[in-house]
Design a protein around this ligand. Sequence first.
Ligand code: HEC
Length: 128
Amino acid sequence: MKTFPLLLAALAATPAMARDARVDFARDIAPVLKTTCATCHQVGVEAGRLSLVPKYALGFLVNVPSIEAPGVMRVAPGKPDRSYLVMKLEGTQVAHGGTGSRMPFGGPPLAPETIALVRAWIKQGARP
Ligand code: HEC
């Protein structure tokens, strides 16, 4: 059992939510978007042309092309690394052909655990 401590270390390094539990959009993601993002992203006519209120967020995100990075989907189900939403949260959008600021605009970044949840939700298929 030489590999056992290594395995334990790997498990400990992964956030519990991202590891096993199914991430639920309405329970885990929508409330974050509502409190942190929907103040600016309301009905989808404002800068970024994106609504993040719970009722509309999915329809504006999943399989919808981003405005700022031609060819990059806002949320590409199963592919967090190819999703513009994640790039904007992590501030890597410019390296992927995008532009503008890291989100939330003018505020501190989301906690790493929260970004991990968003990544896990996308990885699991970005289901409603
Ligand atoms: C203070 C206002 C403000 C807040 C809060 C805010 N945004 Fe933005 N967002 C903008 C503006 C302005 C733009 C366009 C300019 C830019 O990208 O910097 C934008 C652009 C975006 C884009 C690019 C849309 C596209 O298709 O190109 C995404 C994705 C985005 N925001 C997601 C978020 C998320 C997720 C949050 C919350 C974590 C958030 N924003 C919070 C103002 C805001």
